[in-house]
Design a protein around this ligand. Structure first.
Ligand code: NAG
Ligand code: NAG
Ligand code: NAG
Ligand code: NAG
Length: 527
């Protein structure tokens, strides 16, 4: 049942806030376009409801708004300089550990780069600004939480990639590793012994490096940029993480592992899926006339098809040429050197969501970024994954297990494999069936996730923070959380009692022995 939510959504969210206008500092220091495209969705309703928003981002707003102030990081950090895309195509990031380090390193690099900007320095040194809320991407930018300390205001974070153990910890939960997989793992419902052991290993590794290697660097960075500039001693970023009021997380009950939660952890998966807009007339004609169906192919906004090794482009074109369907390829150059088969059409930019909404779109070939994956699920279209780095491997494994997708190795790609997998996904009805089922579960929400997200941001401002949405256990030492003190005392008590019993028994035995001996002696004497 596909409910036409856009109409409902717009009437509810467009209404101005009944509680007055607030000032919000909205920060996304990470330069990857998809992260900002996700965060931008949270912005629109805030402005529509009359709040004043100051953004700190790498990407200018598409439209001006009188209540929107932009602090632009210019030029944006060139991530590819630190992590060359060739290395990504060489599959240097196929292991979970390499990806963990990739996240920490890019987080540190992009945070330092943004804090070093003169406009950001002026914001740190500003004297007359007031904010009611800091919104920050919950990625790898903890030093930015110092802005909440500076402006004495609460924080809401936006978790782009889904749940991570450290979010649980900040809200007062220890992630149960026996049944909740690590951020990078996809095992759902039941982990066997090996999977549980691996889950514990990678989760411990993550926690250890985060605590001893990553967070100390974030702290040093915060001290470098805020120390001496803002008044008073600086808190530790750890304390600031524990003080986050609400985390709005890109996760959905229908796609992700069930896990214990806290009121401050709110899943808002699906917020970025927009109401359909009309396609450009020419594209509309193209899709309408593709009666055999259209296959959509994109590697997302960060990795570009044009940077792919030449060999791979040839493999893809050879495969596409064998299909009767049309292929719409997001390719970031006006022409392809290798030449195009008649059924392939390239374009530097494509309105992905509106293309997915067209009935003739039959299959999506994707690198497996979380946003495209969720859009594919929303529109009920089978997916073919070719994951490259980060969470893409996890997204691919999950979708394959759920039955609406197949996955190929980028470094072992062949034309035959591609054609075979595409045919299977198009011709075996079970993939479409599963995709439609996943879609109807993904769309079935009590309120639209964007409306829920807006509610929580305003809620935190109305109440000047929401420490009541997390457990005191967030501040508890581990030995208390795990009840080691209580267990230890109980064990000690039990040991003491056992010891006491042994002593008493021994004493009684000895007394008895003395008595018996005395009795024997007296009997001997009588004889
Ligand atoms: C800007 O904010 C003020 C409240 O401070 C509000 O009255 C006004 O309608 C907002 N402007 C727009 C275009 O939303
Ligand atoms: C910080 O900015 C200065 C110029 O404003 C530049 O020389 C320096 O390299 C930058 N440092 C980093 C780590 O980006
Ligand atoms: C954490 O929040 C409390 C209020 O909820 C505040 O008193 C305290 O100063 C905050 N800690 C830091 C380090 O900002
Ligand atoms: C990109 O397009 C130009 C012409 O528009 C062409 O000369 C160049 O070879 C193309 N590059 C690639 C990688 O296809």
């Amino acid at each position: 049942m596909f409910f036409p939510f856009p109409f409902l959504l717009i009437t509810l969210i467009l209404a101005p806030s009944a509680y007055g206008a607030y000032n919000i500092l909205f920060m996304c220091p990470f330069p990857a376009p998809s992260h900002w495209m996700f965060m931008e969705h949270f912005l629109a309703p805030l402005l529509q409801r009359g709040h004043h928003v100051t953004t700190l981002t790498n990407h200018p707003a598409k439209q001006r708004h009188p209540n929107l102030t932009e602090i632009l990081i210019e030029p944006p950090l060139n991530l590819a300089y630190y992590h060359p895309k060739e290395n990504m195509f060489k599959m240097q990031f196929s292991s979970d550990f390499e990806n963990l380090h990739l996240y920490w390193e890019t987080g540190l690099t992009s945070s330092e780069y943004a804090l070093n900007q003169s406009k950001v320095k002026s914001l740190i040194a500003s004297k007359d600004l007031h904010f009611d809320l800091v919104v920050l991407e919950q990625f790898f930018h903890e030093s930015f939480l110092m802005f909440a300390h500076k402006f004495k205001c609460p924080v809401v974070t936006l978790g782009t990639l889904g749940y991570a153990d450290n979010m649980d910890r900040a809200m007062g939960l220890l992630t149960p590793w026996s049944f909740v997989p690590h951020l990078f793992l996809s095992d759902i419902n039941h982990m066997d012994f090996y999977q549980r052991a691996y889950n514990v290993y990678i989760s411990l590794y993550d926690a250890f490096f985060r605590h001893w290697f990553y967070l100390p660097q974030m702290q040093a960075m915060a001290e470098r940029h805020f120390g001496g500039v803002i008044e008073g001693p600086l808190p530790h970023v750890n304390e600031l993480v524990q003080n986050i009021s609400v985390m709005l997380i890109n996760s959905h009950r229908s796609l992700d592992t069930p896990r214990p939660s806290m009121p401050g952890l709110v899943s808002v998966g699906g917020i970025h899926i927009k109401p359909v807009k009309p396609l450009p007339a020419e594209l509309q004609r193209y899709l309408d006339s593709s009666t055999d169906g259209v296959i959509y192919f994109s590697l997302g906004t960060y990795i570009h098809s044009v940077d792919m090794p030449r060999g791979h482009i040839k493999i893809l074109l050879d495969a596409f040429a064998q299909l009767k369907q049309n292929v719409l390829w997001k390719y970031e150059n006006a022409t392809i050197d290798a030449g195009l088969p008649p059924n392939v059409r390239i374009s530097k930019w494509l309105p992905q969501n509106d293309i997915f909404a067209h009935a003739n779109t039959k299959l999506i070939i994707t690198q497996g970024g979380i946003f495209s994956t969720q859009e594919g699920v929303y529109w009920g279209i089978p997916l073919l994954f070719i994951p490259i780095f980060g969470d893409q491997h996890r997204n691919a494994r999950k979708a394959v297990r759920a039955g609406y997708a197949r996955s190929l190795h980028f470094d072992k790609l062949t034309s035959d494999d591609l054609v075979q997998n595409i045919q299977l996904l198009l011709n075996d009805p079970q993939y479409k069936q599963k995709a439609l089922e996943a879609s109807s579960r993904f769309r079935d929400n009590p309120v639209h996730p964007l409306e829920e997200a807006t509610f929580w941001m305003e809620y935190v401002m109305r109440h000047s923070g929401a420490p009541h949405l997390k457990s005191r256990s967030a501040y508890m030492p581990l030995y208390q959380y795990l009840l080691l003190d209580v267990l230890g005392c109980t064990l000690l008590l039990v040991l003491l009692i056992i010891l006491l019993i042994i002593v008493i028994v021994n004493v009684l035995k000895r007394c008895l022995a003395v008595r018996l001996k005395a009795n024997e002696d007296s009997q001997k004497k009588q004889k």
